[in-house]
Design a protein around this ligand. Structure first.
Ligand code: FNR
Length: 432
């Protein structure tokens, strides 16, 4: 009886996010690290090791390999994986091979201006960091690293509803444009309260994700038992044991939290998991009238993320959205749905003259970005492109990835014979 109570208490603490205290060894280790000198040494050692290998990362694949080395398997698979057979995920990148760039020469390309103005935001780069969940699980700096790197390169970044740093904190830290990615709740009062909080925090763009009306079938996560709170399988646990450095980082930094939700929903006592949040709190009956009401209430830049059909794109424009993201959630929701790049032209043709069309999915190279901009996207979002560098080396990693992207874009624009993004058009593309 006593041991059952103890087990229940321990389980409750585990659910509250106090995972690290649930075993004697990690408790001992935490004590050790509370001596600040030890902690300083540990962090310095981790920092030096990280920069040593970061210098060898020159593209998406290098960062991905490094992230794989650093992360426990279940966490790497959470980022890397997608739905069902992962066909849409693979096609997202492959789609860029369906057409080729046709460069122009002798056009005097001394200096290149990569800036764009989208949804009222002036960005120094036509690439932004798409909102993604749980970033402090990938590296202890999480959203702080991504926001700082985005600010350094003068572009915008998204904070997920399932973000691990509060949007107010990030707003105070950086002036760069900030997106808040929103999920629609059954409780309309709660939706209004969350919108108000984002308004008070001076968020620039409200982005409602509409492709996640139910969770995608991510079989890699089922195999490892990845969920929040963790419900790891034995195999999953072994993979964590094999990456002690991730564990050191996790344990020696502030507790894992979901501040966007905690402000409004009691995620502690009720032990609501992320899976439970999706099934119990979000509203699968959300429809166009609900969104129209939300757009009116927000009364500012409002974007729908996950629009894949021209009819839906037109509907979004009609209810007052100022932007849409052509996106299939990085292939993590409906497997077999069309690749974002394959679908981009149709949507630009339908609404490109009325609202700003973004796209994301599968972008790994400057030339992918140039192809999407040539078709008519106003800016391009990246997810895994910055998540692997984040996992590999925190802020330094994301900065290096965005720096490489900027250098690629400058070089590729020059090779294309263009000095401003507005000069790209479908004339410089040919289908295979
Ligand atoms: C995502 N994405 C996402 N989208 C969203 O609207 N809310 C979210 O919380 C998340 N979380 C999230 C976590 C992880 C690990 C990934 C990989 C993606 C989707 C994301 O914003 C974007 O649409 C895709 O990542 C784009 O595809 P690529 O660039 O990763 O191929």
């Amino acid at each position: 009886m006593l041991s059952r109570q103890r087990k229940m208490r321990r389980r409750a603490r585990f659910r509250r996010g106090e995972f690290e205290d649930s075993c004697v060894l990690s408790r001992l280790f935490r004590r050790c690290c509370e001596v600040s000198a030890t902690r300083g040494l540990v962090h310095a050692w981790i920092g030096t090791r990280a920069s040593m290998v970061l210098r060898n990362c020159h593209n998406f694949h290098d960062f991905r390999r490094l992230a794989k080395r650093r992360l426990p398997g279940p966490i790497f698979d959470y980022i890397d994986g997608a739905a069902d057979e992962e066909t849409t995920h693979r096609r997202n990148t492959k789609a860029f091979e369906s057409c080729d760039l046709v460069p122009s020469v002798l056009r005097g390309v001394g200096s290149v201006d990569l800036s764009v103005t989208v949804m009222g935001q002036k960005l120094a780069l036509p690439v932004y960091c798409s909102p993604t969940a749980l970033q402090r699980l990938f590296h202890h700096q999480g959203e702080r690293a991504v926001a700082a790197a985005a600010a350094k390169y003068g572009t915008m970044f998204g904070v997920s509803s399932l973000g691990t740093v509060s949007l107010d904190e990030l707003r105070k830290a950086h002036d760069t444009s900030q997106i808040y990615q929103f999920y629609f709740h059954k409780d309309r009062g709660l939706n209004r309260a969350m919108l108000q909080r984002a308004k008070d925090a001076r968020i620039d763009i409200m982005m409602l994700t509409v492709d996640s009306i139910t969770g995608g079938n991510r079989e890699r996560d089922l195999r490892t038992g990845f969920s929040i709170p963790f419900r790891l399988t034995l195999a999953g646990m072994l993979q964590f044991a094999m990456k002690p450095r991730w564990g050191i980082n996790y344990i020696t930094h502030e507790r894992f939290r979901l501040p966007q939700l905690e402000e409004h929903i009691d995620m502690r006592g009720s032990a609501l998991s992320i899976g439970g949040y999706f099934t119990e709190m979000l509203d699968p009956s959300m429809n166009w009238d609900d969104v129209a009401e939300m757009v009116r209430h927000w009364n500012g830049q409002f974007c729908l993320k996950g629009v894949m059909s021209p009819a839906d794109a037109k509907h979004a424009a009609e209810i007052g959205c100022t932007g849409i993201v052509v996106s299939n959630h990085g292939g993590r929701q409906l497997d077999g749905s069309r690749a974002s790049f394959d679908q981009l032209a149709e949507i630009v043709d339908a609404v490109g003259d009325r609202i700003d069309v973004f796209m994301d999915g599968g972008v790994q190279r400057g030339t992918h970005v140039l192809k999407a901009l040539s078709v008519g996207a106003k800016a391009v979002g990246v997810g895994r492109y910055y998540l692997y560098p984040l996992a590999a080396a925190g802020q330094a990693g994301v900065e290096r990835a965005l720096g490489l992207m900027k250098a690629e874009l400058e070089r590729d624009m020059k090779l294309m014979g263009c000095i401003a993004i507005g000069q790209l058009s479908r004339d410089n593309l040919r289908l295979r």
